[in-house]
Structures are given as structure tokens and as C-alpha cells.
Design a protein around this ligand. Structure first.
Ligand SMILES: NC(=O)c1ccc[n+]([C@@H]2O[C@H](COP(=O)([O-])OP(=O)(O)OC[C@H]3O[C@@H](n4cnc5c(N)ncnc54)[C@H](OP(=O)(O)O)[C@@H]3O)[C@@H](O)[C@H]2O)c1
Length: 245
């Protein structure tokens, strides 16, 4: 009798919830996304590693599958949805991780085009990808949506002095927008567990490897959010606890 456990169940049915999890991570060609993919795969998660150039993205792990995905491109995202549906049969967790800094110039010198560049990837990208994958995601038993933000997007934290470490406009404001997007998804999608994660300053190409945290530290919150099926939804988390909006 399916669903009640017991020795008559097939191998797949006996696997744990996490073993049966399929997670898509955008921007998984390198940095935090690639490292999180490896950690999740080690936990038994089937990871679809979104990459702009999947041919150049390879993992030795047999449960990590590169998939073409440019978050700024409607056609690329639509093709990825089709591939996930037909090849992998569903999606339990969507991780919007791809991100760029955009121009690092003083606010007085910030132009609309420069700010738009950051927003295309950091704001419109997650909206595009989430909108396209939501139907597939909501068909899962425990749908989770993870948005990779930054403490530089925390209004209260920046107001309290953090702004001095990063006195630019495009990136911090894009992550503030992403926080609100995550909050609104959480408020309006009761069937989806939404978590906003803040990696912390982590050594990747993003910051010319100046970050003070290791990749393990920088992926703790992301990995925890993917594996969490309890919630509550709508939290802004870090490896050290909640982050104020
Ligand atoms: N590192 C930190 O200290 C830190 C701190 C807080 C938050 N974060 C956030 O963590 C996330 C990952 O950062 P990271 O440090 O791992 O950066 P990273 O090493 O620069 O990697 C960025 C990833 O995003 C991908 N990407 C960029 N534009 C894309 C697009 N249009 N479509 C699909 N993928 C795209 C890149 O792919 P390509 O290889 O194709 O360029 C790469 O895989 C970002 O959202 C960032 O804002 C990072």
C-alpha cells in the first residue's frame, strides 16, 4: 500500500524526504552556488546546477546535473523549465543564487543604466525564474523557495553603519528589493516555504576572494534553507541566526 511504509515498498519509496529532493540552484558555475551544489549533493539531494555555459561547468558528483540557465533571458528560463519537467520530473527547491555587483560607483554617479544592470540579474532574474518555475515547484510535496540576498540589502543594518563598508547604490538596493520580493512571496504563497539567506562576506570571485568567510561558512545558511521543510516561511537568515530587514 503506497505511502504507508513497509518492506513491499520500492527503493525509491523507502528513501528519505531529502534523498528524494531535487533542487535547482541558479548561478552554480562557481562560488557560493557551486559549493552549495556540492554540499547538497553530498546530503543526497539531486542538484540541477544552473549555468550560463553548462558545457564549461562540470561536477564529478553523479547527482549534480548542469543545466543551461541565464536568469536574464526569458527563452533560456523557459527552456530550463521544460528540461526540468521532462528530464527530472519535478522540482522541490528553487534557489535564486545568481548575482552580480553591478557598477561600484558613488550614489551621486549612479546612472539608471548602471543600476538596471544589477537589477536585471539580482531582481528581475529571481522574479523571472520564480514565476516560470512556480507551477512545477508548487506541485512538490514540500516546495521551498530560497533567495540569496545580502546584509548589504538590510536597511536597518546599513542605516546602523554597515553602509560605510560598501557606499554604493546598485547592489545594496537590488538586495533590498529582493528581500521585499521574498517577503511578499512568503506572505502570499502559503504552500511554499520561502527563506531569504544572507551568506556573509565570503571569499569568491565576487569580491576578488577578499571575503573573510570560507565557502563552507558562506553556504551554511543556504544549505540549511534547502534542507529545511519546517519553516517558518518568510525569514531572513544567516549562519548566525536571523538578519533584520
Ligand atoms: N560572496 C559574498 O561575499 C556574498 C555575500 C553576500 C551575498 N552574496 C550573494 O551570493 C550569490 C552568489 O555570489 P558568489 O559570491 O558566489 O558570486 P560569484 O562567485 O561571482 O558567482 C556568481 C554566479 O552567478 C552567476 N551569474 C551571473 N549572472 C548570471 C546570469 N545572468 N544568469 C545565470 N547566472 C549568472 C555566475 O555565472 P557565470 O560563471 O556564468 O558568470 C556565477 O555562477 C549572489 O547572489 C551574491 O549577491 C555573496
Amino acid at each position: 500500500m503506497p505511502g504507508t511504509g513497509g518492506p513491499w515498498l520500492g527503493a525509491r519509496a523507502r528513501r528519505t524526504v531529502i534523498d528524494m529532493t531535487t533542487a535547482l540552484v541558479t548561478g552554480a558555475s562557481r562560488g557560493i552556488g557551486a559549493h552549495a551544489a556540492r554540499r547538497l549533493a553530498a546530503q543526497g539531494v539531486t542538484v540541477l546546477a544552473g549555468a550560463r555555459t553548462p558545457a564549461a561547468t562540470s561536477f564529478p558528483e553523479e547527482n549534480i546535473h548542469p543545466i543551461a540557465l541565464d536568469v536574464t533571458d526569458d527563452a533560456s528560463v523557459a527552456a530550463a523549465v521544460k528540461e526540468v519537467e521532462t528530464t527530472y520530473g519535478g522540482l522541490d527547491v528553487l534557489v535564486n543564487n545568481a548575482g552580480i555587483t553591478g557598477p561600484e560607483v558613488a550614489p551621486a554617479d549612479a546612472t539608471a543604466d548602471g543600476v538596471r544592470e544589477a537589477y536585471e540579474t539580482n531582481v528581475f532574474g529571481p522574479v523571472r525564474v520564480t514565476h516560470a518555475f512556480l507551477p512545477l515547484l508548487r506541485a512538490a510535496e514540500h516546495p521551498r523557495l530560497v533567495l540569496v540576498s545580502s546584509q548589504l540589502g538590510s536597511l536597518s543594518s546599513m542605516d546602523a553603519g554597515r553602509w560605510e563598508n560598501y557606499p554604493y547604490l546598485a547592489y545594496p538596493s537590488s538586495k533590498s528589493a529582493l528581500n521585499m520580493i521574498g517577503l511578499m512571496y512568503a506572505k502570499t504563497l502559503p504552500d511554499v516555504l520561502v527563506t531569504i539567506v544572507n551568506p556573509g562576506f565570503t571569499a569568491t570571485e565576487f569580491n576578488d576572494h577578499r571575503g573573510s568567510q570560507t565557502l563552507d561558512e558562506g553556504t551554511d545558511a543556504l544549505v540549511a534553507a534547502v534542507l529545511d521543510t519546517e519553516g517558518p516561511s518568510g525569514r531572513s537568515t544567516s549562519r548566525n541566526g536571523l538578519i533584520p530587514w
